[in-house]
Design a binder for this molecule. Structure first.
Ligand SMILES: [Zn+2]
Length: 220
């Protein structure tokens, strides 16, 4: 789509819509973490009853958290500490391409003239963050956010799935159980060091282990 088409659409928008000023802090103290999938763009806010200014939206490919990609953790942290967010909704969706076959992506790389050697020694599935399944990923992201030392124990974290066709929600993890004990925070789960999410190392001032140690840069 040529840029001029966007500019033309913008002129029409300005002529008919007056968005006006919205509060900077999300009025429902909510952060929604979901996939970049374009089918969710209008569907998800509508399905959740979210209006402009209600919530922050954090979207990545497959809404997953990786050792080399803490975008969700840092974004939720900024939303909590700077914007007053008190509740997080992790939303997986049906038919997520990031839970499927990686061959189309590898074919796309070849078609676009990007040599697989550009990934160095990294496993492509791990580098791009393919997930074992949307529901399993929701559970894992909820767990990491709940256990992250940079987030308060009082933070409500729910996990749901949305049907990309009907917009129907299905609860995977309900955050109330954590909220019920907000008055007396539960002890942090005992974990071997190697199982602690990478965010722990960030807080302790240790840089996360980069997945890409050698080879060409990914950002061109
Ligand atoms: Zn997806």
């Amino acid at each position: 789509m040529p840029l001029d088409d966007f500019l033309s659409a913008n002129r029409e928008f300005l002529a008919s819509v007056k968005p006006g000023i919205a509060p900077r802090d999300p009025q429902r103290a909510l952060a929604v973490v979901t996939c970049m999938d374009g089918r969710l763009t209008k569907l998800l806010p509508a399905a959740l009853g979210i209006q402009r200014g209600d919530a922050v939206m954090i979207r990545t490919a497959g809404n997953t958290i990786l050792p080399h990609d803490l975008a969700i953790v840092r974004s939720v942290g900024a939303a909590v500490h700077m914007l007053g967010v008190k509740e997080v909704l992790v939303v997986g969706h049906t038919d997520c391409r990031m839970a499927g076959d990686i061959l189309p992506l590898l074919d796309g790389m070849a078609r676009n003239g990007v040599d697989r050697a550009a990934l160095g020694t990294n496993d492509p599935r791990e580098f791009f963050g393919f997930i074992p399944g949307p529901e399993q990923n929701v559970r894992e992201v909820v767990r990491i956010l709940r256990e992250s030392p940079i987030l308060p124990r009082s933070l409500l974290v729910h996990g749901v799935m949305i049907d990309t066709v009907s917009g129907a929600l299905r609860v995977i993890v309900r955050g109330d159980t954590q909220a019920e004990s907000a008055g007396s925070p539960p002890p942090r789960p005992e974990q071997p060091a190697e199982e602690i999410p990478m965010a722990v190392e960030v807080v302790e001032g240790v840089k996360p282990r980069p997945v890409v140690k050698k080879g060409p840069k990914f950002h061109r």
